[in-house]
Write a protein that binds this ligand. Structure first.
Ligand code: MSP
Length: 634
């Protein structure tokens, strides 16, 4: 029996939880639940990040005490997680006493060891926003956030000696391919580490910000919010509180995060742990963004999808299924209701729902609603049995690779095989022939037994619907308590058990109007003259390829993460037949940057790479001398 400790980011308590937060948490829940049914001991942690400027400010605006503000806000997350069936074992809040004690203990220990030191910090400060900016951040010499004047200030602060761990961390990331996943993100971090790694400012003077954990060795400062927040992962595992628990759970198996917080998790956090003499986590796994109308979701853009709206409309399980199924891990995906409904109807209503429905209806019609005593060695059953065991192996393998859509692929192989089996066996014909009674029984038993496998294997994704399946097929015990191991040997569904009537688990829904058509008319207008004023609207810029990988299932496509200097973008390019992904990394290319974003094979593309092509040959355009990323072309 193994152990599996998985975490989500702790979410800013101020945020209104949206689809992005729900995604990470559902994904972590799915991994946790699969490990539980694989027989592992699991610790699944989520929580909220409650200190810092934004929280202090929001509380001030409402005229309430920051702690009261947090106590109120945290409920939005707790309620949502309960509704979405999130099976976390612990929910940590950074304002809890257990966490505060651990953070202070660590700060003291690092200070005494000389890992934290005071120094003067100089930078541009925006007084109304109460924020420091570097020279590079400024836009026309003004605050990049509010556009107001900034002042130069010098301030004494405390720093963590992060820089000294640069070589160690580079080796660690390089030598351990599972440390940062997926590989594209690992390359990105190795790229980041090619530049010198600075020490990290870990304090804020109380005079500017008082809502934080005070530094134990200098009470006129509070701890920088990220330094405090990351520590939650060891607080919850028992660090400095319960050595036995800590030894049991640490290192964490997987920190699941979004790509926006990769640097803090794969650079700051391992170096902090190293300084403390604590092992780094096994894996930091970063997923891509959910985009809505091709933009990142955010409160200020007003395009945030409220998870509860969808869960209310289509059901919690369908919502969970869609998120797990739809995103290619590591890449950005677009959320659209049309795609949701399409998947729902074809995979949940048709493939799975229909399989259950026809199985139960036929067993009631032809066998009086009782699980038949059947010949388990009937030759017609052999392919189905084989597929059940292949699916079990497939699920186990995909779980080991932290590949959720791979898990569903393996399960759907069984769903499809069972539907084909039903078609080929045609129980409706067998039922008319008294000589085929044994084959009829074996067939329906085979379908019912397959549903038993499916209920257990789908429980981590569809916890409520799995219970309904379990009840309808009359299986003994509680589906929640089943394990993958306990599924075997094939044929454990008890003959003589009574089926229970039930309604379709995923009734079909009406397709919604397709408002985001992916169709682009490539040739329209080709060859026509374009006024200069139109041409001027286009923007071309130089970018460096940070990572490149193939788009699964599309032979011609690569997905590139490119750096435009101040901005990272994902673009999809049809050059996979001419360029190996590795050969592009580090190269400068030219990108059209202000095209409307598009979704290609489910992967978002925010720009177009320029290349020359003739007779099937393709050559990328590239500046003939190195220029800064983001430089305009034209
Ligand atoms: N408080 C920090 C994390 C500290 S962890 C020690 C934070 N919080 S957050 O509320 O902003 O949540 C960020 C996380 O929410 C992302 O890393 C990601 O997991 C999830 N998402 C937020 N927006 C998202 C999308 N649009 N798409 C997918 N997930 C995203 O950062």
């Amino acid at each position: 029996m193994g152990r599996f400790y998985i975490t989500t980011p702790i979410y800013y308590v101020n945020d209104e939880p949206h689809l992005g937060h729900a995604y990470t948490t559902i994904m972590a829940d799915v991994f946790a639940r699969y490990h539980r049914i694989a027989g592992d001991e699991v610790l699944f942690l989520t929580g909220t990040d409650e200190h810092g400027q934004k929280v202090a400010q929001a509380a001030k605006e409402r005229g309430v005490d920051p702690q009261d503000h947090c106590d109120e806000m945290v409920e939005r997350f707790r309620t949502l997680w309960a509704t979405l069936n999130i099976s976390c074992d612990d929910f940590i809040r950074t304002t809890e006493a257990r966490h505060r004690r651990v953070v202070q203990q660590i700060l003291q220990q690092l200070y005494e060891a000389g890992e934290i030191y005071p120094d003067d910090y100089e930078g541009w400060y925006c007084v109304p926003d109460e924020r420091f900016w570097t020279e590079k951040d400024l836009v026309d010499g003004k605050c990049p956030e509010c556009g107001r004047e900034v002042v130069r200030i010098s301030e004494r602060n405390y720093f963590f000696r992060m820089g000294k761990y640069q070589a160690w961390l580079t080796d660690r990331i390089r030598n351990d391919p599972r440390f940062v996943l997926p590989a594209s993100r690992r390359n990105e971090m190795l790229g980041f580490l090619r530049r010198p790694l600075n020490d990290l400012c870990i304090s804020r003077p109380k005079a500017r910000l008082s809502w934080g954990i005070p530094l134990p060795f200098d009470e006129s400062y509070v701890c920088y919010v990220w330094f405090d927040a990351l520590i939650n992962y060891i607080t919850a595992a028992g660090y400095c509180q319960n050595e036995e628990a800590f030894a049991r759970w640490w290192p964490a198996s997987c920190h699941l995060i979004g790509k926006d917080i990769l640097t803090t998790h794969s650079i700051y956090w391992p170096t902090m742990l190293k300084a403390m003499g604590v092992e780094a986590p096994d894996t930091v796994m970063a997923h891509g963004w959910w985009l809505v109308d091709e933009e990142k979701m955010s409160k200020s853009l007003g395009n945030a999808i409220r998870p509860l709206d969808l869960a209310d409309k289509y059901g919690v399980d369908a919502f969970r299924y869609f998120l797990v199924r739809e995103m290619v891990l590591g890449m950005d995906s677009s959320f659209g209701e049309t795609g949701f409904v399409h998947r729902y109807n074809s995979e949940l209503a048709n493939d799975l729902g229909n399989l259950l429905n026809r199985t139960v209806v036929m067993a009631r019609r032809y066998l009086g609603g009782i699980v038949p005593q059947a010949d388990l060695n009937h030759p017609d059953l052999s392919a189905l049995k084989l597929q059940a065991s292949k699916t079990l192996d497939g699920v186990t393998d995909a779980l080991g690779e932290l590949n959720p859509s791979g898990i569903l692929d393996a399960i759907w192989d069984l769903v499809r095989q069972a539907n084909r089996f039903a078609e080929v066996q045609a129980p409706w014909n067998l039922a008319r022939d008294p000589n085929s009674r044994n084959t009829l029984k074996a067939t329906l038993y085979g379908l019912l037994e397959t549903m038993r496998y499916l209920a257990v294997l789908l429980f981590p994704v569809l916890p409520d619907k799995a219970e309904e399946i379990w009840a309808q097929i009359g299986a003994d015990g509680d589906v929640k308590k089943q394990t993958m191991h306990g599924l075997q040997p094939w044929g454990r569904l008890r003959a003589g058990a009574r089926l229970n009537a039930g309604s379709p688990i995923f009734p079909r829904i009406e397709p919604v109007e397709d408002d985001h058509s992916e169709k682009t008319d490539m040739d329209e207008g080709k060859g026509a003259l374009v006024p200069f004023s139109e041409f001027q609207k286009l923007e071309f810029r130089v970018a460096t390829v940070a990572s490149a990988e193939r788009v699964p299932g599309a032979d011609r496509l690569l997905v590139l993460q490119v750096s435009l200097g101040d901005e990272q973008r994902q673009i999809v390019a049809g050059v996979a037949e001419q360029y190996r992904p590795e050969s592009l990394v580090g190269r400068q290319i030219v990108v059209a940057t202000n095209l409307e974003p598009a979704t290609i094979r489910g992967v978002s593309s925010e720009g177009m790479l320029l290349a020359a092509s003739a007779d099937g040959r393709v050559a990328l355009l590239q500046p003939d001398a190195e220029v800064p990323d983001g430089a305009e072309v034209g």
